[in-house]
Each structure stands twice: as structure tokens, then as C-alpha cells.
Design a protein around this ligand. Sequence first.
Ligand code: GLU
Length: 421
Amino acid sequence: MPLYHSPLYNDALAQLETAQEVMGADPNIVERLKYPKRAIQVSIPVRLDDGTVRCFEGYRVQHSMTLGPGKGGIRFHPHVDLSETTALAMLMTFKCALVGLPLGGAKGGVKVNPNDLSRQELQALTRRYAMEIGPFVGPDKDVPAPDIGTDRQAMAWFMDTYSQIHGYASHGVVTGKPISVGGSLGREAATGKGVAYCVNFAYDKMDKEITHKTTVAIHGFGKVGMPAAVDLAEQGAKIVSVSDYTCALYDEKGLNVLDIIEFVKEKHTLDQYEREGVKKITNEELLALDVDVLIPAAIDSVITKENMKTINAKLIAEGANGPLTKEAVKYLSDKGVFIIPDILCNAGGVIVSYFEWVQGLAHFFWDEEQINRTLHNILKTAFSEVVRKADHYKCDMKTAAMCAALAKLEAAMKLRGLFPG
Ligand code: GLU
């Protein structure tokens, strides 16, 4: 498999193979799930502000469409490549299956640092990318959303480009849109909120309660980390450390989360944040803190075999996709650390994306209370199912989540059969 060789892809494959062994899944089904259904590579020429033209490389990988249209974000990041995008598309297939959405798994990306582009250049890039993958996406085919490096403005440009081509406003083509162009209430905070819900479910399972003594460290204070911090702080937990790529802030008495959010809105990074009692530490030091809850909410592969022995947290909630490598998952699970797997822990985003897609197709919008209540119910059901699988197969939570997802995919794939027969 020369095209798919990234560590993230190998880890996703290993998770799938472990689940197959543990539950005795049909190898013919698993064989099909090892490969993406379709992988599209596009070139995106953009005229830069200085008049020169630069070509960016872009992808959309549709891993599986057995359960419904492809679903998954679009990442703008310098590390994007075909293999990583494929691994992330595969994780989306399992994520959507696990939480019971009628959606398949997909992911897109452009190899670019969006911070290097002006707003005009970013708009041109997003629109040209939307145009290039346009024939393969649509409300019934594949529905993109934001991911690292993209936001609701990018989704509005994507939706507009697609709508211009088709001649009508298509609300169902992407999710994570601004409210005024068919976005859903609650979508922006959904991933982080889901992480906070899952931490609560894990505490219930461990017969513990979140109190003012519960300490939390969040690696990556962005779209996922911020709302998770807000929710957990509202419940009384002490957020002792948060970080971005520049540094981590630490206060053993607990940070003022809302103050830091206001600061980041204005200054963008944490490195200039100065408040009494707040120390600067490194991201590595944050990960090693002796806290009750550690939330890696930035990128993949931050806890690896190199630093897994330094981890002191009792509960790890995987807010990012694949933040723990398979060696780290094994070592920490064996040590008794409770790990809430990514495909469960960060599924809040795609669940509310699903609500947004449904609202867009129906042209009828829900209130925020209904969104959050339904999100909570779906995640609670999925969490209980993963715990049941972990008990049944006597395996760790990561494997259990894969088993729960694989069981649903296996059932559907067998019923639909293999074309042409
Ligand atoms: N990018 C998010 C994820 O990795 C959201 C995907 C979506 O809403 O489709 O789950």
C-alpha cells in the first residue's frame, strides 16, 4: 500500500484489525474497510496578492458511503497529504457509525498554512477547491464541514460556490456554516460540549463527581478545547492549564477561562497573556501534569511512545482525532488510565453537523435546547454501548469503540451486499 503509509493510517488500520480479532468480525468486510472507496486529488491554482500564481495540492477522500453520504471536515494545514486524509476519512466512517448517524466517512484537505494567506487569497483557494471537488460532493453525496484551519467563513464560501454552480441556494452541501446562511445553533461549541459530556459520563461510570477539586489540563485551546473548558469550568472543575502552539498557561488555583478566551479573540495567541499567578510552561509539561482530566484537543500523535511514561493524568479525553498513538493507548490503558476514544469523545461536532444537514434539507430550524438535549442523548447512548462492549470483550475503551462501530458497519455491509455480486 504505497499511497497510505502515514503513522495515523497505520494506527487506524491496527485499531480496525484489533477490533476484528476481538469480536471475530468477517475478514471480507474488514478487507473492504481498509481502503477508501474513492480518493480525489486536485490542484488548486491561486493568484496571490502579488500577482503570481501558486498551485496548492488538495484532496477529498471518501472512505465509506455504506450508511449514507460521506461526512467529514476539510483541513487546511501544511501536513495534509493523501495518507493522513485517508486515515481521517476512515476515522469518520467509524465515528458516524458508532454514534448511529446515517452518514459515511470522508475527509478533505489542502496542504497550506492558512495563516500565510490574505483573506482574499484564502477565499480564492477555498472557492477553487470547492469547484474542483464540486462534482463529487452534494447533500446526497458527500457533505464537508470545518476542521483544523477552516471555519464557518470558509464553509459559507464553499456553500456559495457550490450554489452558484447549481443555480440555487444549497443548504445541505456543507455544515458548520454561519447561522445566517443556514448554519445550526450550537454547532460551533458542539465538539467541545460533547467532550465535556463524555467526561461527565466517564465520571458517572467511575462513581465520581466533578467538583472544585477536579483538575483539568487542555492541550490545544481552540475550537474544541475552548468550549470544553467553558463547560467543565461552569460545572466547577479547575482548569489548571491550557495551551496553543506558542506555550501553555498554568495556574494551580485554576485559570480564568473566559478571560483567556477574550484575550485570544484579540491577540490570537497565548504567549503574551500575563496575569498574576499564571505561569508559562511548555506543551510537554502540560501533558505531564498530575491532573484528574487531560484533554488533548489539538492534533494527532501528541502522546506517543516517546512521552507516554511521563503522563500522570487519570482520565484522558481524546478531543482531537488520534492524539494518542497505539503504543500510548496500550501502555496507558494497561496502567489503568481511563481513555475516552476520539471517535466517541469528539463526535459532538459531527452529530450537530448531522442536525444542521437535516435542518438544511427540511428548511426548518431547531432551537438550541433541542440541539444540546439530542446531542447529549446520542452521546450518552453511544458511551453506554462502548462501555458494554468493553465489559463484554474485556478490552480497552478504544478497541470497544471500534468494535461497536464495526458491528454496525458489518451488519449494513452484509445487508447491502457486494456489488456486482
Ligand atoms: N471535523 C470534525 C471531525 O473531525 C467534524 C466533521 C463534520 O462535522 O462533518 O469530526
